[in-house]
Design a protein around this ligand. Structure first.
Ligand code: GDP
Length: 596
């Protein structure tokens, strides 16, 4: 209860009239009436802001209190299978054994990802060996308390998500590096969204604690704001203070990684079918193709025949991350191998087959498919297609990556989108942020079969390119309700193809005639192009369009005409509109549907 006896109720920064009515258990009609009494014309689905809501509900005996805005970032995926399940084929649960976690390092630029990777590598490679590492492969292993941990040596969520876009799930766990003197930054949020979309758990390395202006508490607050509640505050995110530069806290970080890894039970069958991911590969002048592979199931051995995308071949030699020859690689082990015919792409999956002939056949078939797919445009996962997948029961949510010009427009959009759902289908906003649509946004969408939605922003060049090559649908809007309407239609399968307006001509209203029983007719002269009966028309007054509809009648000197050309006079009637004014411009157009 508030001082004036009003019941206190929490209200979000924006909400629909319907939602407001539900919260105060009033009829939406009464709420609309109250809004009208306050000069606000709103329908039941309209968004109103906190201040308006506060005024209205006072009349109902409530006092509004602001509700913390809902977290725009991810909603946890409902799928129950662990994230690594699809990387091990269809192994029987009984055959699974624990394997080392594979860790990727994410975070904002300059927060210390590279330094941290170096610190971890150095701290855990026996002194004598450190100097002996001649080649650097794109992944390495360290041991902590006798247990190995694999680190992917390409930091950043772009690399991580590019790999996912190819179908691979390289990492089991992400270390999110946040500088204690700088805090949560745009790429911190972005990285978190990417990790969540991949459903990998996150451990935070609170780096640069040696800096005099480090402020761990402030950063912890920021982290809890983005959904990473510190475990010391009863949350479930481990936040480990480290100094990558001073080599402090590294052991604690490794300890935390193992704890989190144990909680998600990372497994594989070391005796099963060999499956894994290509981490990196290059053509070496003397050695031929050298590929860094991460084994994720089974055991890879020298002499095995490997197929990776369109590359294939028998493994001639295999080396561990330190460059030492090795005969076999078990799950989570990164190795560099020689013997492949071509340079496979990072993120490509590999597997082992029985004979070189079989490998060549598979690779050859893929090459053919690849050529064919190059010949025709990539299949765009458009809103329409995603709806088809939803209908077929393949997809249970519509995933979106949302970018807007300013924070102020983001919130109402997120709120209205979250309210949309049809049956069991829900809207999952993988990431939302301000700024133009970037390559990373598109990659995230590609990896998660999502759609990118922009509000008052455009994709940059790189984003456009990736969208085209990966087949990602980018939709840009300038009006919120159009945006939500499209998403709603997509959910209900009613999305119409985009229409394109083709202007046929314009006429200027010179006089208005009243025809009894018919209404007003505009006496016009066609100033440009032509007017066509049955076409669409827009009534322009000054800069504004005051009506859009269909031409009902078109006459020239009392004769009905199909069309009237430039320079001729005519009488025009419009369905559902007759308040013409002299000087109005009638713009006649048709709408052409274009496949999205
Ligand atoms: P990245 O862009 O995230 O890979 O960041 P870098 O690892 O390149 O680090 C950016 C800068 O921060 C470099 O100048 C590092 O020396 C510095 N740096 C990284 N970690 C620490 C740390 O723990 N303490 C301090 N004082 N500086 C650090």
């Amino acid at each position: 209860m508030s001082e004036n006896g009003h019941k206190v109720i929490e209200i979000p920064s924006t909400l629909t009239v319907r939602d407001l009515a539900e919260r105060i258990e009033a009829s939406p009609i009464d709420v609309i009436k109250q809004l009208m009494a306050n000069g606000v014309m709103a329908n039941i689905n309209q968004q109103i802001d906190f201040d308006t809501a506060a005024i209205v509900i006072e009349e109902f005996g409530f006092e509004a209190r602001p509700l913390a805005p809902p977290e725009a970032e991810t909603v946890e995926d409902e799928a129950t299978a662990p994230h690594w399940r699809r990387m091990i084929g269809d192994e029987a649960p009984a055959s699974l054994e624990r394997r080392p976690p594979v860790v990727t390092i994410l975070g904002h630029v300059d927060h210390g990802k590279t330094t941290l990777l170096d610190a971890i590598r150095e701290a855990n490679v026996a002194a004598g060996e450190a100097g002996g590492i001649t080649q650097h492969i794109a992944a390495y292993q360290v041991t902590h308390n006798g247990r190995p941990i694999t680190f992917l040596d390409t930091p950043g969520h772009a690399a991580f998500t590019a790999m996912r876009a190819r179908g691979a799930q390289g990492a089991d766990l992400a270390v999110l590096v946040v500088a204690a003197d700088d805090g949560v930054m745009p790429q911190t949020r972005e990285a978190l969204a990417h990790a969540k979309a991949a459903r990998v758990p996150v451990v935070v390395a609170l780096n640069k604690i040696d800096r005099p202006n480090a402020n761990p508490d402030r950063v912890k607050n920021q982290l809890s704001e983005i959904g990473l509640e510190p475990d010391e505050w009863e949350g479930d995110t481990m936040i480990v203070p480290v100094s990558a530069k001073m080599r402090q806290g590294i052991d604690d970080l490794l300890e935390a990684i193992l704890l989190v890894a144990d909680s998600v039970e990372i497994q594989a069958n070391p005796h099963g079918k060999v499956l894994g991911t290509v981490i990196e590969s290059e053509l070496d002048r003397s050695k031929g193709v050298v590929a860094t592979l991460l084994v994720q199931n089974g055991t890879l051995r020298v002499g095995d025949v490997v197929v990776a995308g369109v590359a294939s071949g028998r493994i001639r030699a295999m080396f561990d991350y330190q460059g030492k020859p090795t005969e076999e690689a078990t799950p989570s082990m990164p190795v560099s191998v020689m013997g492949l015919s071509d340079v496979p792409v990072s993120g490509e999956l590999f597997t082992v087959v029985d004979t070189e002939r079989e490998a060549k056949a598979i690779a050859g078939q893929r090459r053919l498919e690849e050529q064919e797919s190059h010949a025709k445009p990539r299949v765009v996962k458009s809103l329409e297609q995603i709806f088809e997948a939803i209908q077929a029961g393949e997809v249970h949510e519509l995933r979106l990556v949302l970018k807007a010009d300013v924070q102020g427009s983001l919130e109402p959009i997120v709120n209205s989108l979250k309210e949309l759902s049809a049956g069991d289908i829900r809207v999952n906003i993988l990431h939302s942020g301000t700024g133009n649509i970037t390559e990373n946004d598109v990659l995230l969408a590609a990896a998660s079969e999502a759609i990118v939605i922009g509000f008052n922003v455009t994709p940059d060049q790189a984003a456009r390119r990736v969208a085209e090559s990966e087949g990602v649908d980018i939709r840009v809007y300038e009006v919120i309700y159009r945006l939500t309407e499209d998403v709603e239609k997509a959910l209900k399968g009613m999305l119409e193809p985009e229409t394109h307006r083709v202007v046929l001509g314009q006429a200027q209203v010179r006089a208005v005639f009243r025809i009894p029983k018919v209404g007003n007719i505009a006496g016009c002269i066609v100033t440009q192009g032509e007017l066509r009966r049955n076409a669409r028309v827009s009534v322009l007054r000054g800069q504004e369009s005051v009506f859009e509809g269909n031409i009902a009648s078109l006459k020239h000197e009392k004769e009905d005409e199909r069309e009237i050309r430039e320079g001729f006079e005519c009488g025009v009637g419009i369905k559902g509109f007759d308040s013409f004014q002299e000087g109005d411009i009638l713009e006649c157009y048709t709408e052409e549907k274009v496949a999205a």
